[in-house]
Design a protein around this ligand. Structure first.
Ligand SMILES: [Zn+2]
Length: 388
């Protein structure tokens, strides 16, 4: 099923918060959707087509018993569907957790609303859950209505109405079970004129790494994914999980970036955690989040500096380490690395790639100093972080 409509060449800035703009009236009704049906395996679409498709392709009347890995409803540029279908191994099974165990539970969060909690201790690097999204849709929408007689805010409003209609098509195509789960997700965009489905997408969407139209790095032509479990994970500026997307299985994997206790809430960060508290707050505002995580509540000039200058500090230690590796009569970086490791752990930033580098350097210094017990301890941690 497809629609001949160009995907976004640029992303419009969607409004958030309470929007008072009146609904546009008169001549500017949203453009009606015109569609044609194609078989699920069709891939010879032109560049300017968007496609409503179920991936992996689904047989009529199939149920979750036929496909326990579930299906994803997608709104994609035609060439992107082609790229997914031609990914080697597609559709690979979704990765299973160790022993096939369920490691998470959704329940009320002390931060309000629902959250996801660990039901058993989880080690750094372990897979917590892997799932196919309920929906994948473009992240940015093209403003296609003529500007004559409309303000910018009204044009955005008409575009949003048109996209609500398209999202509605995708949601109607979901299995009853998936649609019910999708529509039960949180919506923090109830006052900015987002439609109910767009509100859910904006509240719960994850950017899909590696999936884009055109050039990589062009944010305006990226895709967003809404998921059953992972979309219920709350934000923290000191997250304990990270995620990645695997195209071959069309799934997201959530892993622990530090050891997680049984009963602990799972968090990931919706913002760049290597920014100051004020910068993070600005980035989170469009999500309707006023962050009250311990890092924001306890933020100081020092913690802001630690975050914003972490990469630079680790680079400096790395440079010193390289010098020491060539000439071990010079001071090693053990003390500086251990001090920074402690600061990072205290601030809850152990998911940082630079943290893994520090662990590697400490292990390295211990190996060179023949302290194998300590070396193994840090090597073990280093390996676990590499799995995350
Ligand atoms: Zn925070």
């Amino acid at each position: 099923m497809l629609n001949t409509w160009n995907l976004a060449p640029r992303q419009i800035k969607l409004p958030y918060g309470k929007v008072e703009t009146p609904q546009p009236t008169g001549a500017f009704a949203p453009k009606k959707l015109s569609v044609r049906e194609f078989s699920g395996g069709t891939v010879d679409y032109s560049e300017n087509m968007i496609v409503f498709t179920t991936l992996p392709p689904m047989n009529l009347d199939a149920t979750l018993d036929d496909e326990p890995n579930n299906w994803t409803e997608c709104i994609l540029a035609g060439p992107v569907k082609r790229r997914i279908l031609s990914t080697p191994g597609f559709p690979r099974s979704v990765e299973k957790t160790a022993g096939g165990k369920v490691n998470h539970r959704v329940r009320a969060s002390p931060f309000g609303g629902l959250g996801v909690f660990a039901t058993r201790p989880i080690r750094t690097g372990d897979l917590i859950v892997a799932e196919r999204p309920l929906l994948i849709s473009p992240r940015g929408f093209e403003m296609r209505v003529e500007s004559k007689g409309l303000t910018q805010a009204e044009r955005i409003q008409v575009t949003m109405q048109e996209w609500e209609e398209r999202l509605d098509v995708a949601v109607k195509r979901m299995t009853d079970e998936n649609r019910k789960v999708f529509m039960a997700l949180a919506n923090s965009h109830t006052e900015d004129r987002s439609g109910p489905i767009q509100g859910i997408v904006r509240t719960n969407g994850y950017r899909v790494p590696g999936l884009y139209d055109g050039h990589e790095g062009d944010n305006t032509r990226a895709y967003t994914a809404v998921m059953n479990v992972m979309s219920r994970i709350n934000h923290s500026c000191s997250p304990n999980t990270c995620h990645r997307f695997e195209m071959a299985s069309l799934s997201f994997e959530l892993r622990a970036i530090r050891d997680i206790r049984q009963g602990e809430e799972l968090f990931y960060s919706y913002c760049d955690i290597f920014r100051t508290k004020i910068e993070r707050a600005e980035e989170l505002a469009p999500y309707g989040i006023v962050c009250a995580c311990p890092a924001c509540v306890g933020a100081t000039k020092e913690t802001d500096l630690l975050r914003s200058e972490l990469a630079k500090r680790v680079e400096k230690i790395q440079a010193d380490h390289h010098v020491w590796m060539k000439d071990q009569s010079r001071p090693n970086v053990l003390a500086a690395s251990l001090k920074l490791i402690a600061e990072i752990e205290k601030e809850g930033l152990s998911g940082a790639p630079s943290f893994t580098s520090l662990l590697g350097m400490v292990a390295n210094v211990y190996v060179e100093s023949d302290n194998m017990n300590s070396a193994m301890k840090y090597l073990d941690q280093f390996n676990n972080h590499c799995r995350a």
